[in-house]
Design a protein around this ligand. Structure first.
Ligand code: HEC
Ligand code: HEC
Ligand code: HEC
Length: 570
């Protein structure tokens, strides 16, 4: 019952806000200097490896001729790839690092800011100390309630980045400073009161202090140490695979032990070396999963994990991913995750028949998978090691690839009822070596329906679109819906018969708007367009078209488009 939980969180938050003054204790406690191993800059893959989606890694406008400065920038680029900074700070296909990506929390949406070196809208004027404070203490320049620091919400994984050395933080700054500036205003967060008052975090931070140290084992090899550095300081695996407390901070004792991503429909499982984690996986299987997008027989990354592999891990040198594997197979959380006992009332009838009717043609009669693109469901730990959220989310939302070399999976949110999906999930979770208890109920499915995401391809179709009065005859792109039509990301290319073209990328904002950027003739401007979804019901089902209209910035271009969808949502 999420609403009750939120009420409880609100009460605790209000209580905590009352003891704000204790914060001074924390402020004077000082921040220890971390020690990190020095790894080489490493050759990262700028373009996504074959068969994977993702944007190219942003490149410096001009490399300095001074070799030491150039090496610093390359080190920063490598760290930024390992930290997946670009993925969170850029809309898909949009201006790199210009921000605008919505991150959902139970208290509202937080938008990643513009961190290009633009002096007005980006972070181009940040001093070294100010940048250090962002990455190490989660504090931006400025104030909240006049006297309190401008605390950043922990969705920005500063609780991991605070383990970086000063040299590495400055390398990231040198890399970001070398990129093209984007004169685009950051979008304001949409958090409800009192969560929008950043000062309120002060007391809460005292209640959950974070360590700036990585605890390297004395017997660890240099490889395991490098893996620990990558996992704990940069790749922020614990940001998803850890459990968060009421103020969204990761609980140190539950690092890597699995936990719900708040306000989302996914459960990143236990990835520690314990028996309930990935302790039994062979190093090769784990390496293929993390570096090559999985392999038939071991399951493949999906949901939010897919982007971690596509935008970050697959771009790192293979040796780094081997080191990550070595570390994961060493690390154990202090608290283990417990598999919940089975609920008696869970439905099972018809599960096998539903599987044969709906899934077997792609995943095989025994769940063995079909080819690399059609992963096995047999012996697939992500489906049963924890609650059924990952499996239910895939059944509800399916998968629409960003890349032509990938295959798609249909969504079943309209086709199957809550009881049918629960029976199907219980069948998959208990067959072919999957070891979950029979515990999925129709209520579990119904609770996840509003959170399931959906990808829709935009097409020219029976378009009635004009750009500056000229007919638009070529449209392509993607609309990604997160549970409801007010929460979306659009990335689209529209070209008119008169030869003008516009690239749009933006996120939905309340009141039927799309806020983002338009690029026309090489110039990017911020835009707010009127957005209407035709025929959409809650959950995004029944969507048949997208209407977008409004001015495209200072050049007085206007867009008026009814965009068709390649396959209307069921
Ligand atoms: C999971 C998504 C995510 C990742 C990964 C991420 N960020 Fe952020 N970042 C955010 C969000 C969201 C905010 C704004 C938080 C807020 O408003 O409190 C932010 C804020 C910032 C700020 C403060 C900007 C300002 O206006 O003061 C900087 C600088 C920054 N991030 C740099 C980085 C760097 C460098 C990396 C990679 C090492 C990174 N971020 C990785 C989501 C992310
Ligand atoms: C944005 C959230 C997110 C981040 C960050 C993240 N993961 Fe995941 N991960 C998930 C989700 C969700 C799943 C379940 C779906 C799947 O198996 O692909 C998952 C699954 C996995 C699995 C498969 C586990 C199993 O039992 O099948 C492994 C291994 C894994 N992640 C490792 C990592 C490592 C290592 C990192 C850091 C380098 C990482 N993840 C970072 C969300 C995340
Ligand atoms: C038309 C083919 C097709 C059908 C039918 C289909 N799937 Fe899939 N499924 C896929 C593809 C392709 C992927 C890989 C998606 C990705 O890369 O994220 C996938 C991935 C999955 C995953 C993630 C597994 C992993 O390790 O990556 C689950 C779970 C899943 N499907 C369950 C089901 C269930 C249950 C059904 C029946 C209700 C079903 N699928 C029907 C094609 C299909």
């Amino acid at each position: 019952m999420p609403s009750v939980d939120i009420m409880r969180h609100k009460r605790i938050l209000l209580l905590a806000a009352g003891i704000v003054s204790f914060g001074t204790l924390w402020l004077v406690s000082g921040v220890a200097q971390p020690v990190t191993p020095t790894t080489s800059p490493g050759n990262i893959a700028i373009l996504p490896p074959a068969g994977m989606a993702g944007d190219p890694v942003a490149q410096p406008v001009k490399m300095p001729s001074n070799p030491a400065q150039a090496a610093l920038i390359r080190r920063g680029e490598y760290l930024a790839v390992a930290g997946d900074c670009q993925y969170c700070h850029s809309l898909p296909g949009g201006t790199p690092y210009a921000g605008g990506v919505p991150l959902q929390t139970p208290f509202g949406a937080i938008f990643s800011p513009n961190i290009t070196p633009d002096k007005t809208y980006g972070i181009g004027s940040y001093s070294n100390a100010q940048f250090w404070n962002v990455l190490h203490r989660g504090i931006s320049p400025g104030h909240s309630l006049l006297v309190f620091p401008h605390y950043l919400y922990p969705v920005m994984p500063w609780q991991n980045f605070n383990k970086l050395s000063r040299h590495d933080v400055m390398a990231i700054k040198a890399y970001l400073d070398s990129l093209p500036p984007a004169p685009i205003k950051s979008r304001a967060n949409e958090m409800a009161f009192p969560f929008n008052v950043r000062a309120g975090q002060l007391a809460l931070r005292i209640l959950s202090p974070t360590s700036t140290k990585i605890h390297y084992g004395a017997s660890w090899s240099p490889q395991v140490r490098n893996g620990a550095f990558l996992v704990e300081a940069l790749a922020h695996c614990s940001a998803c695979h850890g459990q968060r407390n009421i103020i969204l901070m990761v609980k140190p004792k539950r690092n890597l032990a699995g936990g719900q991503i708040l306000a989302q429909s996914w459960y990143p499982p236990d990835i520690s070396s314990s028996k309930t984690g990935i302790g039994a996986w062979s190093p090769d299987v784990l390496f293929n999963y993390l570096h090559h997008d999985g392999a038939l027989g071991a399951g493949a990354p999906f949901g939010p994990m897919k982007a971690v592999v596509e935008d970050s891990l697959s771009r790192l040198p293979a040796s780094d991913v081997h080191d990550i594997v070595a570390y994961l197979q060493t690390a154990s959380p202090k608290e283990q995750s417990a598999i919940p006992p089975a609920t008696a009332a869970a439905p099972t009838a018809g599960g096998a028949a539903l599987y044969y009717q709906n899934c077997a043609r792609c995943h095989g009669a025994q769940g063995q998978g079909l080819a690399n693109n059609f992963p096995n469901l047999a012996g697939n730990q992500a489906l049963w090691n924890g609650p059924a959220d990952n499996l239910i989310s895939m059944i509800l939302g399916g998968y629409k690839p960003w890349h032509p070399a990938q295959s798609s999976m249909p969504e079943f949110n309209q086709k199957l009822s809550d009881t049918q999906i629960a029976a199907l999930a219980n069948y998959v979770r208990t067959s072919w070596g999957n070891k979950a208890p029979v515990d999925v109920t129709a209520a579990d499915v119904s609770a996840l329906r509003p959170l399931a995401s959906d990808w829709v391809e935009l097409s020219t179709g029976d378009t009635q679109a004009t750009l500056n009065g000229a007919v638009v005859d070529d449209i392509s792109g993607t609309l990604q819906l997160f549970g409801n039509p007010d929460n979306c990301i659009v990335s689209a290319h529209l070209a008119s018969s008169a030869g003008t073209a516009v690239d749009l990328s933006g996120a939905c904002s309340p009141g039927g708007h799309l806020a983002g950027f338009a690029t026309l003739a090489g110039k990017t401007v911020p835009v707010t367009l009127t957005l209407r979804m035709e025929g959409a019901a809650a959950g995004g089902s029944g969507l048949s078209g997208v209407l977008l209209s409004g001015p495209l910035g200072s050049q007085h271009e206007t867009l008026n488009a009814r965009i068709a969808l390649i396959s209307p949502t069921a």
